[in-house]
Structures are given as structure tokens and as C-alpha cells.
Design a protein around this ligand. Structure first.
Ligand code: PMP
Length: 304
């Protein structure tokens, strides 16, 4: 059984229990993150944990939470969690801050607790096989209804519905449009489209969650002399004309879309060349095999 961080310290997972009246359970009043560590079994590194925890703290503010940790301190707790468990392999870390109030009724009652749990998550194959996609029957919720860029648990019903709908109709992935019908993103990943050597991804005002993987890939593409890049709105018709479409996110990594509604993307030969190039760059960065910008990797090693 693993050790988790729960409320005030590290405890065995079985001891991390919440009362059934906990506010977050009823109203989704929790913020969370998904952070990846890549390792070889003897040492690993967390990928951009500071940016994840900075987003976590920004999101906590939407729910009027007042966490007592800085992003650096939360990163330190995460390193400690992996160390205590001797997890030096590929892991997915899920921190969350949840409203602990036991009052029934929506609202933003005071009081929250922190939990951090790490589960195994193996890296995906390279090259990655393409997946099938469908236009989701569910639109992305607009920023006028709730903070569209925030990882707030309750908002993920939108993602659950979209993914459930796509899978029940026989597709791997939904593509969600924003409320005005422009391409937004996947159910838990951002979307890129490639037109020749031009790489593009929708802007924040298409109600996406601006991901850290998206940001990393934007930095990569910008550094490539043979590619141009722009953040721009994409219509569904235009997306169907792309040479490549791919999804990216911490959990998903970089996944090419082979077809949308059964219509092949690009040449139809299943080759996503720029997606594959970006995926190899990303893999080298997260595993420490390529030069990562300062602060992107936080090492996790056995305590000395
Ligand atoms: N969009 C949504 C809705 C997500 O849940 C995620 C995963 N956090 C992403 C995009 C990708 O974000 P990141 O690259 O930071 O994991």
C-alpha cells in the first residue's frame, strides 16, 4: 500500500478517509493537478512541477481557498512523497485541495485540505499510433459560465461527458468545440493542427485549459527554423484540411489523430511527421536525455 500526503502529513493510503458529507464530494469544490515523473527505477524527475503548482494555487484562488504552501513547498512535498514510497519509476502525481466543510448547500465555505497521491503511469510508445476522433456533442463550457482554464474538479463533468459520449459511439477521442463553434481541445488535452510547415493551436479565448504540455510544445516549435507557429482560432472545416492534428497533455503525452468522423487527416498514410518529431523531443526532455530549460526538471533521488 502506498503512502500518501493527507491533510497534515504522510499516512498509509488506507488511513486517508473523508466523511461522506464533505463539501467537495457533493459540489466538486476541489482543485487538482496532474504531474508526471519519468524515471529508470533508481532515480526520476518531475516535469515542470513548479508551473503545475503555480496553476494549482491560481485555481485554488477561484474557490477562495487559502493554501499555506508555496509552489516550491508543494514541489518539495511531492519529491518527499515519491522518496518515502521509493517511487523512482514513471509516475503520475495527483495533488488536490478539497473543501472540507460538512455543510450541505452549494457556496464556498471556508476550509480545505491537501492530498497528494502518486500512481504508476508508463510512458506511451514512440512512435504513437494515431487515434480516431469525433466532434463531441458537448461544447466546452464558456468562460462566462465558469473559469474555463481552471482544473476545478466539478468542471470535469464536461470532460467525462465528452469522453463517455465519444467512446459510446466507437471513437477514441472527442474534439470539443467552444460555445461559438470553434475548435477548442480534447477532453483532457490541448489540440494542435499542422498545415504544411505551419503549426497552430487555439487561443485561451476559445475556452481551452492552456496546458503546460501545450506551452512546452509552443516553445519547441518556436525554436525550429523550418516551422512557423501561431496561436489562432480554427474552424472545424479548416481542421479537416490539416496535414496533421494531434493532442497533447501531461497524461496523454502527444497523440496523433488519424481521422475525424472516419475522415482521414492528412495524406491518410497514418504518418504524423511533426507530431512524431515533437513527441521525440518531448520524450528526450522529460527523461533528461535532451537539454531542458532551467527548472523544467526536478530530480527525485533516494535520500542520502
Ligand atoms: N485540457 C484539459 C481539459 C485538461 O484536463 C488537460 C490536462 N491537465 C489539458 C488540457 C492539458 O494540460 P497539461 O498539458 O498541463 O497537462
Amino acid at each position: 500500500m502506498s503512502i500518501v500526503y493527507f491533510v497534515d502529513g504522510f499516512v498509509p493510503e488506507a488511513a486517508a478517509q473523508i466523511p461522506i458529507t464533505t463539501h467537495a464530494l457533493h459540489y466538486g469544490t476541489s482543485v487538482f493537478e496532474g504531474i508526471r515523473a519519468y524515471g529508470d527505477g533508481t532515480r526520476s524527475a518531475l516535469f515542470r512541477p513548479l508551473e503545475h503548482y503555480e496553476r494549482f494555487l491560481r485555481n485554488a484562488a477561484w474557490l477562495e481557498m487559502k493554501p499555506r504552501w508555496t509552489a516550491a513547498e508543494l514541489t518539495g512535498l511531492t519529491v518527499e512523497l515519491l522518496r518515502r514510497n521509493a517511487f523512482f519509476d514513471d509516475r503520475y502525481v495527483r495533488p488536490f485541495l478539497f473543501k472540507t466543510s460538512r455543510t450541505i448547500g452549494a457556496g464556498l465555505p471556508e476550509g480545505e485540505s491537501l492530498a497528494i497521491v502518486a500512481v504508476p503511469m508508463a510512458r506511451g510508445p514512440l512512435p504513437r499510433p494515431g487515434v480516431t476522433a469525433t466532434w463531441s456533442r458537448w461544447r466546452r463550457f464558456p468562460a462566462a459560465a465558469c473559469p474555463a482554464g481552471a482544473k476545478i474538479a466539478g468542471l470535469y463533468v464536461n470532460s467525462s461527458l465528452a469522453r463517455g459520449d465519444a467512446v459510446s459511439r466507437g471513437f477514441d477521442q472527442p474534439i470539443l468545440l467552444d460555445i461559438s463553434g470553434r475548435v477548442a481541445e480534447g477532453y483532457g488535452a490541448n489540440l494542435f493542427a499542422v498545415f504544411g510547415s505551419h503549426v497552430t493551436t487555439p487561443p485561451a479565448d476559445c475556452d481551452i485549459l492552456p496546458g503546460i504540455t501545450r506551452d512546452s510544445l509552443l516553445q519547441y516549435v518556436t525554436s525550429q527554423a523550418d516551422l512557423s507557429v501561431a496561436i489562432e482560432a480554427i474552424t472545424p472545416d479548416r481542421l479537416l484540411e490539416a496535414d496533421e492534428v494531434f493532442l497533447c497533455g501531461t497524461g496523454m503525452e502527444i497523440v496523433p489523430i488519424a481521422s475525424i468522423e472516419g475522415r482521414p487527416i492528412g495524406s491518410g498514410d497514418g504518418q504524423a511527421r511533426i507530431a512524431e518529431r515533437a513527441a521525440r523531443w518531448y520524450r528526450d526532455i522529460v527523461t533528461g536525455d535532451g537539454p531542458a530549460p532551467d527548472d523544467w526538471l526536478v530530480p527525485v533521488t533516494p535520500a542520502t
